[in-house]
Design a protein around this ligand. Structure first.
Ligand code: NAD
Length: 251
């Protein structure tokens, strides 16, 4: 009764946080999942036995993995990098790194995996699904000190809609998820970092929580639940969307 029975998925940045939770949820719903991360050591204990190193900033590595895995149904683009600061604290290299990981990383994986997804969708008569992790910090909302990050995550929404339209009649759907603040290893680091700026970790934690009218941060499984829906045929009529899961951040 798995909602993803018979489907094959690739997940980037699957070593921790949202990516790891998405792998767990996909496996639980019956998918064959290939979990990847730039740091393969983070994939130890993953819910799937299929793990490989993948740096989404390497076109060669992405192309090689796509050639190795062949046809897939689901591509979850989770890799992302958070630069902290306004335009005044953003160097050219901060900007370039943000766009290289957050936007061009998705360009690379989609370009590499889409031909196989198109072929598989045609063969099976099912739709392929691309799921891109954007953020509430994007074209949805300006968030303090998320200059390069917010710009890059807005670009993810544009990329998502462009792919959705180009392949809307060819069996491929493409949607973005826009989380509010979600507990993850990198978020814990951001709390520490902000704590040093604002005079304490508790104060920093309060500031992050205050962004969500719901009065809490989200959990990775709450994002994975939407990823399962978008990956499954339950969402067959849904493409080109940017869906918030954010405790009311965008309300
Ligand atoms: P995280 O930041 O804790 O972990 C990121 C993972 O990405 C790590 O395992 C890391 O090794 C991997 N990674 C880094 N560079 C990579 C690269 N070049 N290629 C492949 N993998 C790489 O995870 P998270 O906080 O759950 O964030 C996951 C995604 O969700 C990101 O795109 C992030 O921007 C987005 N997001 C997170 C939040 C949040 O509050 N946590 C909110 C909105 C959006």
């Amino acid at each position: 009764t798995g909602r993803l029975n018979g489907k094959v998925a690739v997940v980037t940045a699957a070593g921790q946080g949202i990516g790891r939770a998405i792998v767990e949820a996909f496996v639980k719903e019956g998918a064959t999942v290939y979990a990847t991360d730039v740091d393969i050591s983070k994939l130890a204990g993953s819910a799937t036995p299929h793990i490989s190193a993948l740096d989404v900033t390497s076109t060669t590595a992405v192309d090689a993995l796509a050639a190795e895995l062949g046809q897939i149904d689901i591509l979850a683009n989770v890799a992302g990098y958070v630069h902290h600061g306004s335009v005044l604290e953003c160097s050219d290299s901060d900007w370039d790194l943000s766009f290289d990981i957050n936007v061009k990383g998705m360009h690379r994986t989609i370009k590499a995996f889409l031909p196989g997804m198109l072929a598989r969708s045609q063969q099976n008569g099912t739709s392929g699904s691309i799921i891109n992790l954007s953020s509430g910090a994007s074209s949805i909302k300006g968030i303090a000190n998320r200059y390069a990050y917010g710009a890059s995550k807005a670009a993810v929404i544009g990329l998502t809609k462009a792919v959705a339209i180009d392949f809307v009649r060819r069996g491929i759907r493409c949607n973005a998820i826009c989380p509010g603040t979600v507990r993850s290893p990198s978020w814990e680091e951001r709390v520490e970092e902000l704590g040093r700026e604002v005079g304490g970790k508790d104060k920093a934690m309060e500031m992050f929580i205050a962004r969500q009218p719901m009065g809490r941060v989200g959990e990775a499984w709450e994002i994975a639940a939407l990823a399962v829906y978008l990956a499954s045929d339950e969402s067959a009529f849904t493409t080109g969307t940017a869906i918030p899961v954010d405790g009311g951040l965008s309300a």
